[in-house]
Design a protein around this ligand. Structure first.
Ligand code: MCN
Length: 793
């Protein structure tokens, strides 16, 4: 759009209320479970009660004879129909140039079950009750095998292997950076700071659990899959091309209203395929609703890293080199994007905001008898930030610098900046974020607050985290070179109606992010109309031309940019129509505020007049121009976007109980141009709650002996609640992204990425006078109290 300053357009930067909230808040949303199709049956899955077991036999006789049952299927049935296993979308090449180990991932266990909750049998019946009753009649004879759930156990030579195709449970060893240069820098270091830490496993827990309806239409020999999913076109591509061997036009995937995903609904899951496959066999529609207990067992989990790292510093506290070894738990099978998380999305972020000249990262990934692990809000970047920001604060404490000063001394201040781990940051202002955070957090008043806490017998501390993330995923060519088996562009179609209103079809998917509002703001501001005139359609392969979906905080920066491209085409064609109407050349026509004018004259036509002319082409240059005003564009970014910021957490701890109270939390973020500040704040709030939840409460625990999931419900897995948090203080710094036409950087994950180390650094700062030097997440009262007691000994 040439010289127009996008950020100054009307509606950009306006906190419009979310258009979609009327239907959500009045109970008028339509989620997958709200959809009722004719001839619809219900499915229930019989899941493995063992973490690791050989399946000796399955007796389906009684279940098949139970009332209402129309089908009972197991792994033999799947194999007989030659339905493929679930594919992994990211190929990691190991340090020896060999492909990662990719064992089969059957949709129903075949021969072996590999985690508690693994899908063994699917029962389909007329009603849910009948399906549940029949499921109890399925008799599976298992031979239990030893299980490993922790990477430190999985890597032992004596550990039982999960897969024949992955000896020693090893999936790959991968590295990035110059190991020799790092070693040389360490040899000259004045100080080396070391850390060992665990990034705790999490269960995503979106408000709406997964839900699927697979339906088959005999008339057209085609399928419709309704699924609570974040990327319907990717789901269709994987399902048709990689698993069922169907042409894509035979399957329509609809992801209607989706009640949150946080990454867990990116993937093609076994249930999605089972229902689609069985719908044809039974010539019907089949619904499956994941109940909350099943979600704990078999939604893809997040995080689960064990890491040792060392930072070399010179005598003035400048970072010389950083070396890292991480063991990542991939779970029992490779989920769709699992392999990219501890590698590409993690190690490339380990330069952080710092001009550390050399960084070397080595990652070993392992199979264990646990649910598959994949991207969960932040995906790799929270793990990187947690590691780096923990070691940076520790280095500060060891060298006698403040947490603020050590960061300031090492900040990158010139852009573009090429890191030693592949990424090139286009822009940013890290000192400005730190300054603003210090000011908003009232760091000057901290000593007085510490004294007040001490007077009450409490300890108080402050923790810093200066994060950067790569989002707006991503240039397809770079992703491809790094192993992606898909492109990472986005598609947008702008359909101008004869009356001048607009429908936009986007490949992004909104499941809580407010796209129906912010995308409408973008279009309305470009076309000079009210956002109520713009309708956003997403989540349906039958209506949207194509799409790569929503994850990696990519929607506004990639999906929005695709729409901007389509708008460029709309504007170019509309100018031609306007030129004809005003009897001038296109080059003389200007467009602003919804009006086309001729330079140097008072001639003008409105966007509405042009739209009507395009569809009622009575006075129209039909020899030169097609009627209609409908354009589609694909946009592939040339770089990631790099949101960054500083988060400061202040905690007060009761040493007698170990209870940590977050007293203040300040987040200053740089998201470039902001379309809707209210929505962005909501995104940051949600992310902070998830990040602070990880730091203080959430932990998915498997029993190390039996492999049973110990935290299988909200009674055992602590989800944070609103009254666990103070009001958050938010601030912004704006350095517009230089590589997309909107200047935006993603905001959807920043809170979850920046906050965990701020919290743990604050806890450690508070506990330092008590002699506590280390603590893993979550800093639960029990852990904190135990650490205080241990330090006393
Ligand atoms: N936005 C803006 N200005 C910016 C950046 C973003 O106004 N500079 C707006 C966008 O237009 C959009 C929202 O903020 O309405 C988030 O935009 P973006 O950062 O592009 O992120 P995505 O829309 O791609 O959302 C994905 C991101 C991820 S990766 C996870 S995980 C996540 C998240 O968003 N899951 C969510 N936020 C969530 N929010 C809800 N309610 N539910 C989830 O499952």
């Amino acid at each position: 759009m040439g010289a127009i300053d996008f950020a100054k357009l009307p509606h950009i930067g306006e906190s419009l209320l979310r258009k979609e909230d009327y239907r959500f808040l009045t109970g008028a949303g339509q989620y997958t479970d709200d959809i009722v199709l004719a001839n619809m049956r219900q499915a229930v899955f019989v899941r493995s009660p063992h973490a690791h077991a050989r399946i000796i036999s399955i007796d389906k006789t009684a279940a098949l004879a139970a009332p209402g049952v129309v089908g009972v299927f197991d792994g033999e049935d799947v194999a007989a129909d030659k339905i493929g296993g679930l594919p992994c979308g990211w190929l990691i090449t190991d340090t020896q140039g060999q492909p990662m180990k990719e064992p089969p991932h059957p949709i129903l266990a075949h021969g072996k079950a590999r985690y508690v909750g693994d899908h063994v049998v699917m029962v389909v019946a007329e009603t849910l009750e009948q399906a549940k009753n029949a499921a109890e009649l399925v008799v599976v004879d298992y031979e239990a095998l030893p299980a490993v759930v922790d990477v430190r156990d999985a890597m032992q030579p004596t550990a039982t292997a999960l897969h024949d195709a992955a000896p020693g449970n090893h999936c790959y060893k991968w590295s990035i950076g110059d190991q020799g240069a790092v070693d040389a820098a360490f040899a000259n270091a004045a100080h080396v700071t070391k850390i060992d830490l665990i990034n705790n496993r999490l269960v995503p827990n979106p408000m709406e659990p997964r839900a699927v309806i697979g339906s088959y239409n005999r008339a057209g020999d085609d399928y419709t899959l309704y699924v609570s999913n974040q990327n319907p076109h990717v789901e269709r591509l994987l399902l048709t091309a990689f698993v069922m061997g169907l042409p894509e036009h035979k399957v329509r995937v609809i992801a209607p209203d989706v009640g949150g995903g946080f990454g867990a609904k990116i993937y093609l899951y076994a249930e999605d395929v089972c229902l689609t496959w069985a719908a044809k066999k039974l010539n019907c529609a089949i619904k499956w609703n994941c109940d909350r207990s099943e979600a704990f067992l078999c939604d893809a989990h997040g995080r689960d890293h064990v890491t040792h790292a060392e930072m070399a510093l010179d005598k003035d506290g400048h970072f010389l080199a950083f070396k890292v070894h991480t063991d990542a738990n991939l779970g029992a099978y490779l989920s769709t994007f699992s392999t990219a998380v501890p590698t590409i999305l993690y190690a490339t972020l380990l330069a952080g905001q710092y001009k550390t000249p050399q960084v070397y990262v080595e990652v070993d990934s392992w199979f264990t008898n646990t649910a598959p692990v994949d991207a969960y809000r932040g995906a790799g970047r929270p793990e990187a930030t947690y590691l780096l920001e923990r070691i940076v604060s520790r280095a500060a404490w060891e060298t006698g610098l403040s947490q603020d000063e050590i960061r300031r001394r090492n900040f990158i201040t010139e852009f573009p900046y090429q890191t030693p781990v592949a990424l090139q940051y286009d822009t940013g202002d890290f000192p400005a974020c730190l300054d603003k955070a210090n000011q908003l957090a009232d760091i000057a008043g901290l000593p007085a607050r510490k004294a007040a806490s001490a007077a009450k017998g409490l300890v108080r501390g402050v923790g810093y985290s200066s994060y950067i993330e790569a989002c707006g995923l991503a240039p397809s060519n770079i992703a491809g070179a790094l192993g992606a088996r898909a492109g990472l562009f986005e598609c947008g179609e702008v359909r101008v109606h004869p009356t001048g209103s607009v429908t936009v079809f986007t490949g992004s998917h909104s499941h809580g992010q407010g796209h129906e509002t912010t995308f409408a703001q973008v279009v309305a501001s470009r076309l000079g109309m009210d956002p109520s005139m713009v309708d956003i359609v997403h989540g349906d392969t039958g209506r949207v031309p194509f799409g790569m979906g929503t994850y990696g905080s990519r929607s506004i920066s990639v999906g929005g940019a695709a729409i901007m491209r389509a708008l460029d085409k709309i504007e170019a064609k509309a100018k031609k129509i306007a030129a004809h109407l005003m009897e001038t050349g296109d080059a003389d026509v200007e467009f602003a505020n919804g009006e086309f004018t001729v330079k140097g004259t008072d001639k003008k036509v409105t966007f509405g007049q042009v739209a009507l002319t395009a569809y009622v082409p009575h006075n129209y240059p039909l020899d030169k121009l097609e009627p209609g005003l409908n354009e589609t564009a694909f946009y592939d970014p040339t770089n990631f976007t790099y949101p960054a910021g500083t988060h400061i957490c202040e905690v007060e701890i009761d040493p007698n109980t170990g209870v940590v109270r977050v007293d203040r939390f300040t987040a200053v973020d740089d998201f470039g141009t902001i379309i809707n500040p209210m929505i962005v704040e909501g995104q940051v709030h949600g992310g902070l709650v998830q990040g602070i939840g990880q730091a203080l409460m959430e932990h998915c625990v498997y029993d190390r002996e039996t492999g049973q999931l110990v935290t299988g419900s909200f009674m055992d897995y602590t989800m944070p609640r609103a009254d666990d948090f103070p009001d958050f203080t938010l601030g912004h710094v704006c350095t517009p992204c230089t590589t997309n036409p909107l200047g935006t950087k993603g905001c959807g994950e920043a809170g979850a990425i920046g906050s965990p180390p701020a919290v743990i650094n604050a806890v450690l700062d508070a506990l330092a006078p008590l002699g506590v030097k280390d603590l893993d997440m979550p800093a639960s009262p029990n852990r904190v109290w135990t650490a205080i007691q241990s330090a006393k000994k």
